[in-house]
Design a protein around this ligand. Sequence first.
Ligand code: NAG
Ligand code: NAG
Ligand code: NAG
Ligand code: NAG
Ligand code: NAG
Ligand code: NAG
Ligand code: NAG
Ligand code: NAG
Ligand code: NAG
Ligand code: NAG
Ligand code: NAG
Ligand code: NAG
Length: 482
Amino acid sequence: MRSSTFLLASLASSTVSAETVLGAYIFSRHGDRTAKSTPPTVLTDLGYQEIFTSGSYYRSRYVASDASRPIHGLASDIVKLSQITASAPVDNVLQASGIGFLQGLYPPVGETLGSQTLRNGTVVQTPLNGFQLLPLQVVQNGANSENAAWLQGSTNCANAQVSSNNYLQSSQYNKTLAATSDFYAGMYPYVERTFAQNQTTFKNAYTIFDLLNVADIHNSSISLPSDADFFQLRTLADQHEFGLAYNESEPIRAVTGSIIAAEVTQALNGTITGKGKNVLNIQFGAYAGMLSYFGLANLTAASTDFFGVPDYASSLVWELVTNATVSNTSYPTEEDISVRFYFHNGTTSNISEPIEFPLFGTGRSPLPWSEFIASTGKFSIGTQAQWCTACGNSTGVCSPTALGDGSSSSVGTSSSDGGSGHHGGISKAVAGVIGAMVTLAVILGLELLFFLVGGFRLVSKKRLARNTGNGSVPSTAAETKA
Ligand SMILES: *[C@@H]1O[C@H](CO)[C@@H](O)[C@H](O)[C@H]1NC(C)=O
Ligand SMILES: *[C@@H]1O[C@H](CO)[C@@H](O)[C@H](O)[C@H]1NC(C)=O
Ligand SMILES: *[C@@H]1O[C@H](CO)[C@@H](O)[C@H](O)[C@H]1NC(C)=O
Ligand SMILES: *[C@@H]1O[C@H](CO)[C@@H](O)[C@H](O)[C@H]1NC(C)=O
Ligand SMILES: *[C@@H]1O[C@H](CO)[C@@H](O)[C@H](O)[C@H]1NC(C)=O
Ligand SMILES: *[C@@H]1O[C@H](CO)[C@@H](O)[C@H](O)[C@H]1NC(C)=O
Ligand SMILES: *[C@@H]1O[C@H](CO)[C@@H](O)[C@H](O)[C@H]1NC(C)=O
Ligand SMILES: *[C@@H]1O[C@H](CO)[C@@H](O)[C@H](O)[C@H]1NC(C)=O
Ligand SMILES: *[C@@H]1O[C@H](CO)[C@@H](O)[C@H](O)[C@H]1NC(C)=O
Ligand SMILES: *[C@@H]1O[C@H](CO)[C@@H](O)[C@H](O)[C@H]1NC(C)=O
Ligand SMILES: *[C@@H]1O[C@H](CO)[C@@H](O)[C@H](O)[C@H]1NC(C)=O
Ligand SMILES: *[C@@H]1O[C@H](CO)[C@@H](O)[C@H](O)[C@H]1NC(C)=O
């Protein structure tokens, strides 16, 4: 009995160690930030710590010399820039998060490694104890996306705009709007400095939740709704955002997720075709694209949690894995390569690691590379021409002259291998420009209001007590990161 258990255990550990990770793509949300209703939105110290912790975790998983799932061939201390591609949009919160994450991934190497000897014999130390400089490529998705109430406000995709607006006309939306009007009226005293009475409705479910969530984390001098009400606010915000991000019968609504999917397959394909030259890709982005991907990849079938907005510093990870021998002289063929998908809700650390989920409602993981490609191909949007067709746009970058003779048209530099050329994909820059979704007039109006009123103030306890006719200060909600 004992010995057979032991045999199983040793078999299990030998198969685990037999599997080689060839590469990975990490898509991460930013860390804790200030509220969207108080622009400019910035990464907080807490957010910096969260994202640094996640970066350190991924170091201990993929990079360190004693990593738990080392990526084959990846340099462990001194970064080899050809192996890594990191990107983020032009956005304070996302850029800062990217830098914080990379600090954790490749921390300062100290005086010994962090020095060089010049021709004349002088030894030069790098500043900050061997701090390493990792470039962050820019994804242009409109200025300051974390400043925008609705992240997908700058997508420019005509059909996606129509589709998301359809959600706001749907019977599901109308029903929830009506059913929650009393609830939101009760929340008005908590947000009255920022939202007008007639704006404190399900229509602004996310920005209302966001405002109170930030206050809950940061502001000890503010009274907040009860735990139960807070949970309700979060759940309604989840429902609202998922409704805008994905609908099975209108896949174009999830255009951001389609673009992420294409970026992931292009980068992982680059790892395979380059036989391990570029092996680690990291992209920073907003929760909306994550929700769209969750819908498209049918992750909601794997867990209903995927209907909810991921917490700060959440990450999606796609790993390329193989059981074939990998060495300097032999690289596995595509038939021997599979993909594992992982997700972690919130800051990842060695006490809270990513969880593996089956993609596409298959109930299986890993998926063979060919199956992953085929299933992703059903919804990915990877070229400008595809995008124009799907979005129904035909002018500007989508005019026949701009597109040239079609499908392989790509703009800008490659996203996956350090800029060595065109891959027939949408460039990072273009993907970013189109990588968000809808303009919601309502929310733009709201932003204008913030602007006119000159910023956000939360209700003081005194004022709240006066308004509610009740001096008690409700306790804060316990689990409220968003
Ligand atoms: C060596 O070269 C560096 C850089 O040019 C210079 O700063 C340094 O003074 C030189 N050291 C000596 C001993 O010449
Ligand atoms: C696509 O069409 C929409 C609606 O006409 C327009 O607002 C948007 O600017 C267009 N996008 C591009 C990239 O041309
Ligand atoms: C939802 O309400 C809007 C505005 O009142 C209306 O235009 C729309 O037709 C309603 N949708 C449904 C499905 O009833
Ligand atoms: C909300 O109320 C204000 C006046 O209090 C009014 O000017 C505005 O048009 C209303 N907005 C909506 C969406 O009803
Ligand atoms: C998806 O959109 C269709 C058509 O607009 C609508 O009937 C359906 O209720 C939506 N589904 C969900 C889950 O929102
Ligand atoms: C992978 O890259 C190769 C070489 O660039 C290309 O021929 C192939 O079509 C790509 N495959 C996919 C699934 O993108
Ligand atoms: C993440 O966690 C929050 C609660 O902290 C939950 O509401 C949400 O559904 C979760 N999202 C995912 C994608 O797991
Ligand atoms: C490697 O082999 C183990 C044991 O058979 C299996 O569990 C795992 O899924 C395999 N990995 C791949 C990438 O095929
Ligand atoms: C494989 O390549 C690495 C780095 O290029 C080198 O250090 C190592 O000695 C090589 N191993 C073999 C077995 O050739
Ligand atoms: C987790 O990380 C912390 C901080 O880096 C470290 O002190 C600790 O030993 C790690 N624990 C495990 C189980 O790896
Ligand atoms: C998602 O997966 C479930 C379970 O396999 C399946 O029943 C459902 O049809 C899938 N949905 C889509 C949109 O593929
Ligand atoms: C907390 O809220 C009060 C009242 O709105 C505000 O004056 C104060 O600046 C806030 N403090 C922080 C740390 O945000």
